[in-house]
Write a protein that binds this ligand. Sequence first.
Ligand SMILES: [Zn+2]
Length: 207
Amino acid sequence: MKIERLVTGELQSNCYIVWDENSLESIIIDPGAESEKIGRLIDDKRLTVKYIVCTHGHFDHIGAVSEVKKKTGAKVVINKKDIEIYMHAGEFAASWGFNIKQPAEPDLLVADGAELLAGNLHFRVLTTPGHSPGGICLHIQGVLFTGDTIFAGSVGRSDLYGGDIEDLKKSFLRLISLPPDTEIMPGHGGHTTVKKERILNFFVHEI
Ligand SMILES: [Zn+2]
């Protein structure tokens, strides 16, 4: 398994491209902005993109979905509970002074426990509401892509539309209950581990 992180857009959202080195099949997690940069990497590595997975519907995570889908033909995946946010992301972005291309309806809605395959890679979906109602994480081979549910040292805000602090607490507990050596790849900032977050994350003291 190969993982490449691209930091995209003014809000510095992490876009992850994960691929199977044998088949070159891949998934793209959170193409937030800068579709050309994402496209170049896909071309350089000669990847076939199976899925574009949105950890949630906020505009800084889906701003390049439209262009990346046009280029790759990959299926766009999100949790049903974030559809409303996703389908209004363009308006939401505009209200914050940002401009994104509103993507069309997603192709595949996933729930907890869903599996997504790319070559030999089996990704498992964990629903982790709190930052948004339909936030998801993707778990594969000891690596967890968490969107804005958990960051190194902190968590995503719960005061945006559809956010819920009690849900966020439950989601946080679920994530830090994973094996301690699990690598966390968040939606913003650098990577961390479950072990570190059990000790260093301020949110441990809020629960
Ligand atoms: Zn977000």
